[in-house]
Design a protein. Structure first.
Length: 292
């Protein structure tokens, strides 16, 4: 696993996520109580070897989840990897080989590949976006638009794809949006209250107009998100920020695509946040072939 600031929490989550996924597939109240009725057709002591291939170019992510599935079912199953998380692989490339009890390998293959193909899909999508930003100082950020219960897993996949993580959840940064501003009374009041609650947590304000941008700068927000600004208005927003007595980091968000990404970066914004990294993903096509 690539080292991240939340690695310890992630390592704690993986066994729990695997347990729930196996329980979903096998029935019962836990993985050890469930049953794969089709695998019962195979002799109990049959040993199999298998190789996992990718059918398309991809960035790999999710090896620890894949391994954890088979370790949970049968710790004696051996998995030998020929790549690591974050590696770019080509179609038809062999990713790993397995050897062990045929029943257990067959039982675990879909759950293991579900984790790997989904997280690799996130990493692969992220890599496509980050490639468009090559040569700029702009950083690609993810969002909270993640698959439920896979928040850290997908944010880890974004990291493997070369992206950067925005806030993990609602607890580690203030992100003041329209309804927060309305409820607090003003941008100034919202930022002031945030500073009173915790001066060590980043304060970001989402703005929709130049007037709100001025207010967020006057309030000394750490980061200001330009929500659905046009390219020209982004350039203007960056220029306003540069001449203000308080300079914030500028984030662009809304209607971002691969086609518009570079133009947005060239406006001078510091960050571009993209919900599609974790929301509009396509699983990587994988194939596991067994030999008995």
């Amino acid at each position: 696993m690539i080292e991240t600031p939340y690695q310890q929490q992630l390592e704690t989550e993986i066994p729990h996520q695997v347990d729930l996924a196996l329980q979903e597939d096998l029935g019962g109240t836990n993985a050890s109580e469930g049953m794969d009725v089709t695998a019962e057709l195979i002799s109990e002591d049959k040993i199999a070897t298998g190789k996992l291939l990718t059918r398309e170019d991809a960035v790999i992510c999710g090896i620890d989840w894949f391994n954890a599935v088979f370790h949970k079912l049968d710790p004696s199953i051996e998995v030998e990897w020929f790549c690591q998380d974050g590696d770019k692989v080509r179609a038809q490339e062999k990713l790993c080989e397995l050897r062990g009890n045929a029943r257990k390998i067959l039982t675990g293959e879909r759950t293991a590949m579900n984790f790997l193909q989904t997280l690799s899909g996130t990493a692969t999508t992220t890599a496509r976006y980050t490639a468009e930003l090559k040569g700029t100082s702009c950083k690609l950020l993810d969002t909270r638009k993640t698959i439920p219960m896979l928040r850290l897993a997908q944010k880890y996949a974004v990291y493997c794809g070369g992206g950067h993580n925005h806030r993990i959840g609602l607890f580690d940064a203030f992100l003041i949006k329209e309804n927060h501003i309305i409820s607090a009374g003003s941008i100034e009041q919202a930022v002031k209250k945030a500073r009173q609650l915790d001066r060590n947590i980043m304060v970001e304000v989402e703005v929709e107009t130049f007037a709100q941008l001025d207010q967020a700068l006057d309030a000394a927000a750490d980061v200001i998100m330009l929500d659905n600004f046009s390219i020209d208005d982004m350039r203007t927003g960056v220029a306003i920020n540069q001449i203000h007595s308080h300079t914030a980091k500028i984030e662009a968000s809304g209607n971002v695509s691969l086609e518009t990404l570079r133009d947005i970066a060239d406006t001078g914004v510091d960050f571009i946040s993209v919900g599609a990294l974790t929301k509009h993903i396509q699983a990587v096509d994988l194939s596991l072939r067994l030999e008995l």
